[in-house]
Design a binder for this molecule. Structure first.
Ligand SMILES: CC(C)(COP(=O)(O)OP(=O)(O)OC[C@H]1O[C@@H](n2cnc3c(N)ncnc32)[C@H](O)[C@@H]1OP(=O)(O)O)[C@@H](O)C(=O)NCCC(=O)NCCSC(=O)CCCC(=O)O
Ligand SMILES: Cc1cc2nc3c(=O)[nH]c(=O)nc-3n(C[C@H](O)[C@H](O)[C@H](O)COP(=O)(O)OP(=O)(O)OC[C@H]3O[C@@H](n4cnc5c(N)ncnc54)[C@H](O)[C@@H]3O)c2cc1C
Length: 627
């Protein structure tokens, strides 16, 4: 069987220990064991099938999502899964749904911005799924500009309550995931008003629906905002619209770790920086970087396996055509994405450590690294999601026509993934945050502080920043250029963290050698992609540039025999990949053919509507022809 033999032959060429690489990719033997066990548990459960998603109506699709969520919860309880195992199960169910925001934003917000008492009251309810929460910050009129939010939370000293209100159409909450049809509660971000004075944006816990009949509570207007990009895709998520008409909540439902409002209506600032109100966004952004490595590796796995199975032109002496993975153009498009997947994996590991370190310091009232954590999470979220969205589309193109079929898994992966460039912060807006941080850092450099990092890459950032700062025009005037410097800074971090990973103990025959090749491919690919920066800032010479390009080509040849093994190391099940082109066994053509007949359009030989609309035309034309 062609495809199967091709992949088996590819696997025999591997020059490194794939099982050890699986541990490196997973992060530890323990994590590998958990993800392997849970991914197979999900793959073998018929309730979690994904192949019909694109054929369901929005209502049936959503009902099926609720069914899966209920089944997932039941399995978590039945099997007594740990929090880690439960998170893995939700990950491998692989369906955007309200649970993501309940566990991924509502709970972390209460943990990060609630007082001890508020955590003790609300977290047990949320952990036991007695309430379902979402994160309601964005409004119809404002998303990026958080300080522009219009929802009001006015303190009423008579009743010791806040009155939550939507004063304008544009103040309607708009986009929050899980809000439209499911959530019973929300963390609502609104303007704190005391005695007609506006104290800026804070978070408030607000109940939205009755826990008895799920109907919206008095003063609450709530619903779904409608179909989104793609057919299946993100339409399993009820992104919602929410309006308040003077809804009253008790004073103790304002999240008060950052600021407190006393019974007398006095605002008291605690000793933590007010920016902690934005803390959930830092947490989610570091998670999004790890998610980028998962999404990109998934697309690369599909495209790499298919590139080894697909043969086109180049008839060889043995009478068979050439594998497209052997074409240098295919390698120059595919292998940088393979290297990027590994690079994002490792920078995501570091970012997770940085986030935990910042949190530990916050506990000790050390806020010194919060600005860097914000800049790193914002910048790396922007860099990795943009590269991943473009990379998934490139993988679709690397698979030719069959990449455009839903059965390839790539169109839906693209449709589900691309909003990551927007949610949790528009990517350009976030790069501007990095630029602000860099300007502050460069201004401190005058005090003799030396930047650290990979020489050529560091030089590029420094030069780009010096050029821009030297021009001394306004920030806004320079923002397009400063974004360029911000990207350069984030790429420096990715390369540096990959190099640091290589300095760790890396067991397994040939494993370190493969990672070194991938690190060099990532670094040289970025250098090649941004050659103008490196040349214009004098970081490299034209001669060095051409040597770098030659080195890149030879690295592709080094990776070629290991490509299939490098994607096998992701350890993805066929269920998770959900792709005929990316099947582990390479049995592509028979399965493509089989899948086609499952389409409802093939339920009847003569399609509905033919007799009603098309046949009359043909008959009329026949009659005309006989006249
Ligand atoms: C763009 C900014 C950062 C602008 O902030 P601003 O206060 O209006 O103005 P500024 O002067 O630039 O900043 C003031 C200051 O706050 C700092 N700061 C800003 N953001 C953070 C943070 N996250 N952590 C820690 N610090 C932060 C900035 O560095 C500034 O500090 P500085 O004054 O320079 O010392 C902010 O408005 C923002 O983050 N916008 C993006 C909004 C966003 O990300 N929304 C996400 C909604 S939830 C979502 O999308 C969930 C999707 C999940 C899913 O569906 O899966
Ligand atoms: C699938 C999805 C799920 C979401 N889930 C949630 C959720 O659960 N909870 C929630 O609260 N929100 C959610 N959101 C909203 C999301 O966080 C916002 O859409 C996002 O923060 C971008 O803000 P915006 O829509 O206002 O974009 P805008 O800021 O209006 O962006 C429009 C354009 O303006 C540019 N721009 C804006 N400001 C500047 C500036 N200062 N300088 C230069 N250019 C600028 C941007 O770069 C962009 O090109 C979700 C969105 C999506 C798509």
């Amino acid at each position: 069987m062609a495809g199967f033999d091709d992949l088996a032959s590819e696997r025999s060429k591997a020059q490194f220990d794939v099982e050890e690489m699986k541990v490196i990719w997973a992060g530890s033997r323990h994590t590998l064991e958990v993800s392997d066990r849970i991914s197979r548990l999900v793959a073998n459960d018929p309730v979690f099938r994904k192949d019909t998603r694109t054929m369901l109506s929005r209502k049936d699709l959503f009902k099926n999502t609720l069914r899966k969520a209920a089944h997932a919860w039941k399995r978590i309880i039945e099997l007594r899964l740990s929090e880690e195992e439960a998170a893995e199960l939700r990950f491998y169910v692989d369906e955007p749904a309200f649970m993501d925001l309940h566990w991924g934003m509502f709970i972390p917000t209460i943990k990060g911005q609630g007082t001890e008492e508020q955590q003790q009251k609300w977290l047990p309810l949320a952990y036991k799924m007695k309430i379902i929460g979402c994160y309601a910050q964005t409004e119809l009129g404002h998303g990026s500009n958080v300080q522009g939010l219009e929802t009001t939370a006015t303190f009423d000293p008579q009743t010791d309550e806040f009155i939550i209100h939507s004063p304008t159409l544009t103040s309607s909450k708009w986009w929050p995931g899980g809000l439209g049809k499911v959530s019973t509660h929300a963390v609502v971000y609104g303007r704190l008003i005391i005695d007609s004075k506006d104290y800026g944006v804070n978070g408030f816990i607000v109940q939205l629906r009755s826990l008895d009949d799920h109907l919206p509570l008095p003063g609450i207007t709530i619903g779904d905002i409608g179909m989104k990009f793609g057919s299946g895709a993100y339409n399993t998520m009820d992104n919602g619209v929410l309006r308040f008409d003077h809804v009253r909540i008790p004073r103790d439902q304002m999240l008060m770790r950052v600021s407190q409002v006393t019974r007398e209506g006095k605002l008291v600032q605690s000793n933590v920086p007010w920016q902690l109100v934005y803390g959930t966004m830092v947490y989610v952004r570091q998670k999004i970087v790890s998610d980028a490595s998962c999404a990109l590796s998934r697309a690369v796995c599909i495209a790499t396996r298919y590139s080894a199975v697909r043969r086109q032109f180049g008839l060889q002496s043995n009478g068979i055509e050439t594998q497209v993975i052997d074409y240098k153009t295919q390698q120059s498009r595919l292998f940088p994405l393979l290297a990027s997947a590994y690079a994002f994996r490792f920078v995501g590991e570091w970012l997770k450590w940085l986030y935990m370190d910042v949190n530990q310091r916050l506990q000790a009232s050390d806020f010194s690294t919060l600005p860097e954590a914000h800049a790193c999470t914002a910048g790396l979220k922007s860099l990795t999601t943009s590269a991943t969205a473009d990379g998934i589309e490139e993988c679709r193109k690397l698979c030719g026509g069959h990449g455009y079929l839903c059965s390839s898994g790539l169109p839906e992966l693209f449709a589900v993934y691309i909003p990551a460039c927007t949610y949790e912060g528009d990517n350009i807006v976030l790069l501007l945050q990095v630029a602000r941080f860099l300007i502050k850092t460069v201004s401190q450099l005058g005090s003799g502080k030396e930047p650290v990092g990979t020489t050529v890459y560091m030089g590029r950032v420094e030069q780009l920043m010096q050029c821009h700062c030297a021009v001394q025009k306004g920030f806004l005037e320079l923002s397009a250029d400063l974004v360029q410097a911000a990207v350069a800074h984030c790429q420096l971090i990715v390369v540096s963290k990959f190099i640091e990973k290589l300095q760790q103990d890396i067991p397994g025959k040939g494993v370190k050698g493969q990672l070194e090749a991938l690190c060099n491919i990532y670094a040289l690919f970025i250098l090649h992609k941004h050659l103008g920066d490196f040349l214009s800032t004098g970081c490299i010479t034209p001669k060095q540039a051409s040597l770098a390009n030659a080195q890149l080509r030879s690295l592709y040849s080094q990776v070629r025999p290991n490509a299939i093994a490098l994607v096998d190391a992701f350890n993805y099940t066929d269920h998770y990949l959900s792709s005929v082109l990316g099947r582990y066994d390479g049995n592509v053509y028979p399965k493509l053919y089989e899948e086609a007949w499952k389409d409802p359009l093939n339920d009847s030989v003569v399609p509905d509507g033919y007799q009603e609309y098309i046949q009359p035309i043909l008959k009329q034309q026949l009659r005309n022809a006989r006249l």
